[in-house]
Structures are given as structure tokens and as C-alpha cells.
Write a protein that binds this ligand. Structure first.
Ligand code: HAM
Length: 452
């Protein structure tokens, strides 16, 4: 292996931006992906296309439009949007200074960015509510394990501009429809009300009272949280804090009448949709912006990371980010967790693999040339075509055609070329016939149409 000395020396400027100044290069770094990231390889990517297609289709049926926001944003957006005392902000953000010395963060979630885009692009001036969806990578410096990665993908939706409880039920209904379309039935929705600015102070006080005499046993971060934001203790990942939080006062026990009315109506709408749920008074979410409804869809059998979907209402977030008071609600699903769930439930998406329609096996220089032109022509006509690029023997080319699972193999040698004919093998029937080269496109088009 080369020693890497031919690589451009790293400059002072790079050193300033924390890129380590190294003489050689550890080639392991060039052939190993960063921890917690994944390559999505051919064979796997088709499943992603399918998932994305289902999500897009359901969103379109529900009247949601796609939004694509930048992968990185100003760090301030997440400090304000997600909350300074959340695990995400305290421990998990990929933040860095860019070359203009601005603090930038790779987005850890999609809600804050969607709110920012709603405000910046004045989407509030359009007829309300605004119903948006997104699919894309998110980044959290988390401890990687099955279903938990540092780069992962979310499909999420956000609705701005309505606080009607039917919207809460519709949002949950959309998530359930996506799961149903993927044949993932029987997953339970866990739902809770997490309070609003009216009742939250009462709940916070109850939490401070409850945890005060347990303070010394809490983890260091939670000891600080007790003063800053005791609600966050409830979703601490440390086993000790979890155990201590088991009997903590629930949000529902402090809920004000308006929270209770809203929650009861949401449950009524869910009943009307026939959606099964579990009211889970211990459910809290790891982000600060939630008010009223919070929910998660949990699944067994994919390891410790059982939440496939999480979301809720955040009626104060848009105002907190500088907009006029505007209610909001949404959810995000972890795409990797969705795929893991499909796998553990034995739902096979491998039939989604696409196969080329045609393989052209050619032997000899002239036939290769003709095959090259024909392949291009077929592809332009929308017939997916594969050919040999390595001067393989006829036997090896036929084997390749078989492995690719094509519908037709065309065979072209000097003799066929002289006669302006091509041998066509229909793989399903093992039949072989000779067709004039000039008729081959029509022949294949007809055949592929009847096979459709
Ligand atoms: P979240 O609960 O942090 O909520 O994430 C939503 C989903 O993303 C989780 O249920 C899980 O499936 C997936 N997820 C989260 N972290 C990871 C990870 N490290 N690796 C793999 N999958 C992960 C939010 O992000 C909110 N923005 C959801 C929302 C939208 N609430 C309202 N609108």
C-alpha cells in the first residue's frame, strides 16, 4: 500500500479548523466509514426507494407537500428549537465553526428546520394549515447500536396553523396508514398529554418536590436539570435516573382543564378512526417543544430502540422561533428502524429488486461495436439493457445474463452480424429465435408489453 505521502500536505488553515496535521495517512481511515454511519448498497437501496414511495404516496393522499431544508443550520436554531437542556443539544449535536467562523450544526431532527423555513419563506401567508413532509438524513452523536446510528434517516410531517384535536388524530392516522401500507399491523400507539404553559409550572414544581430528596442519587446532568428543567430527568437514559423517575408525578396529574379537554377529544377522534392506542401517563419526549399531545409508536423485537415513530403537538415553538403564535404538530419515523422492523416481522422486500430487461451477449470486435450501439438505442427507448464490458467468453456472458435475471438475452456474433440478424433467447421459455437486427426494438417492445 502507498504511504500516503503523495497526498497534498495539510495546510495551516486546515490545522486551524481542527483537521489534524498528519504526515502520512492511516489507510484504514480511507476504507472505513465513520462510526454510526451506514452505506446503503445496491440490493438494499431498492427497499429505501419503496419505503420512500409509500411515504410520499400516503402524504399526497393526505394533502401534504414535500419540503427539503438544508442538512445544516445555524446552531442557534436547535438551541432554541430543540431546547438547551435536552440530550440532543447537550450531548449529541454535530456542531462546528465553518470557515466564516459561524457556528453550524448538522440537523439532529427536522421540526426546527421546517419551522425556520415556514417563517423565513412566509408560508404562513398561504391558506392555512400548512401541511408538509420531509425525508432525509439527520445526525446525532449517539452511542451506536442496532436501530441507533449517528447518521440516520427520518420521514417526518409537520402541520402548522391548526390546534384542532382532529388534526392530532389525523397526524397519528397518517403514521398508522404508512405502517399499514407496509403491512406492519398491530403496532400500538402510546399517547399522553404533556401539558401546556398553564399547567407546566405546576408539574415542574411537583417534579422538583419529588426529586429533591433523591438529588444525590441522580446522574450529574440530572442534578443540574433539577434546577434548570426537571422535565428532562424523565427521559434521562441512565438506569439509575430511570429507576428513580418511575414513581414521579405524571404530566396528566397536573393537567389543566383545557389540556384535559383537548386530550379527551383527541382520543375520541382516534376512536372514530378505529386506531388502537395505549394512554401512557409516563410517556415523555426527549425534545423541549412539546405541548398537549405526545405520542410514540413502539415495536417489539428490534432491540432496545423500540420507538419507530415519535411526535406530538408544539403550540409554542413557532412563537419561540420569532413567529406569531401558531400551533404546530408532527411526527418523525426512523427509516432504519422501519426497515429493521420489516425484517424482523419477515416482510420480504427483496422482490422489489429490479432486473434489466435485456442482456446483449456479443463475441468479436464488430459484434461488440454493434452491441454497444444497440444497448444505447434500447436504453433510449426505455428498455433497460446490460452488456459485457470485459471481453468475457460467450459462456461467461450467458452466465451473467442468467444471474441478472433478464427477460431476454440477445446473442450477436460475426455470422449473425453478416446476416443482419440477432439470436433472441426468451429466458422464461428457454426459446430461441432469430430476428432481423432492424426489427429487434419492435420485437422487444411488443414482448415486454405483453409481459407487463
Ligand atoms: P425523535 O423521537 O427524536 O423525534 O425521533 C423520531 C424517530 O427518529 C424516533 O422514533 C426513531 O425512530 C428515529 N431516531 C431518532 N434517533 C435515532 C437514531 N440515533 N438512530 C436511528 N433512528 C433514530 C423527533 O426527531 C421529532 N422531530 C419528531 C417530531 C416531528 N415531533 C413533532 N414533529
Amino acid at each position: 500500500m502507498p504511504d500516503g505521502k503523495h497526498l497534498k500536505p495539510l495546510t495551516d488553515k486546515m490545522f486551524r479548523f481542527n483537521i489534524p496535521l498528519i504526515e502520512g495517512v492511516d489507510y484504514k481511515m480511507l476504507t472505513t466509514r465513520p462510526r454510526g454511519t451506514n452505506d446503503i448498497l445496491p440490493g438494499e437501496v431498492e427497499k429505501w426507494h419503496y419505503l420512500e414511495k409509500v411515504c410520499r404516496r400516503v402524504c399526497s393522499d393526505f394533502g401534504y407537500q414535500e419540503i427539503r431544508t438544508p442538512i445544516f443550520e445555524h446552531t442557534e436554531l436547535f438551541l432554541r428549537g430543540v431546547g438547551e437542556t435536552t440530550d440532543i443539544v447537550e450531548k449529541e449535536m454535530y456542531s462546528f465553526y465553518d470557515r466564516g467562523e459561524r457556528s453550524i450544526t448538522l440537523r439532529p431532527e427536522g421540526t426546527a428546520s421546517t419551522v425556520r423555513a415556514f417563517l423565513e419563506n412566509k408560508l404562513y401567508a398561504e391558506p392555512q394549515p400548512t401541511k408538509l413532509y420531509y425525508i432525509g438524513p439527520m445526525f446525532r452523536y449517539d452511542r451506536p447500536q442496532a436501530g441507533r446510528y449517528r447518521q440516520f434517516h427520518q420521514f417526518g410531517i409537520e402541520v402548522f396553523g391548526s390546534n384542532h384535536p382532529s388534526v392530532d388524530a389525523e397526524v397519528i392516522g397518517l403514521a398508522c396508514t404508512v405502517l399499514e401500507k407496509l403491512q406492519l399491523t398491530g403496532l400500538k400507539v402510546h399517547i399522553n398529554t404533556v401539558g401546556c404553559p398553564q399547567c407546566r409550572p405546576r408539574h415542574l414544581k411537583a417534579l422538583v418536590d419529588y426529586f429533591s430528596d433523591k438529588k444525590d442519587k441522580l446522574c450529574k446532568t440530572c442534578q443540574e436539570r433539577l434546577n434548570k428543567n426537571p422535565l428532562r430527568i424523565l427521559d434521562c437514559k441512565s438506569d439509575i435516573c430511570r429507576e428513580l423517575a418511575k414513581d414521579a408525578p405524571t404530566t396528566r396529574s397536573s393537567a389543566c382543564p383545557s389540556c384535559e379537554v383537548h386530550f379527551t377529544k383527541v382520543l375520541k377522534y382516534l376512536d372514530a378512526l378505529g386506531i388502537e392506542y395505549v394512554v401512557d401517563p409516563r410517556l415523555v419526549r426527549g425534545l423541549d417543544y412539546y405541548t398537549h399531545t405526545a405520542f410514540e409508536i413502539l415495536v417489539e423485537g428490534i432491540g432496545a430502540q423500540s420507538a419507530i415513530c415519535g411526535g406530538g403537538r408544539y403550540d409554542g415553538l413557532i412563537e419561540q422561533c420569532g413567529g406569531k403564535p401558531t400551533p404546530g404538530i408532527g411526527f418523525a419515523m426512523g427509516m432504519e428502524r422501519l426497515l429493521l422492523t420489516l425484517e424482523t416481522k419477515g416482510i420480504d422486500l427483496s422482490q422489489l429488486l429490479t432486473h434489466p430487461d435485456v442482456y446483449i451477449a456479443a463475441i468479436g470486435e464488430k459484434p461488440q461495436e454493434e452491441a454497444f450501439k444497440l444497448a444505447m438505442e434500447l436504453r433510449r427507448k426505455g428498455i433497460s439493457t446490460e452488456k459485457d464490458y470485459l471481453d468475457k467468453s460467450l459462456k461467461a456472458q450467458l452466465k451473467a445474463a442468467d444471474r441478472l435475471g433478464v427477460k431476454y438475452t440477445l446473442i450477436l456474433g460475426d455470422e449473425e452480424l453478416k446476416a443482419r440478424k440477432i439470436v433472441v433467447k426468451e429466458m422464461a421459455k428457454s426459446e430461441q429465435t432469430e430476428i432481423p437486427i432492424d426489427d429487434i426494438i419492435n420485437y422487444l417492445e411488443r414482448g415486454l408489453k405483453t409481459n407487463d
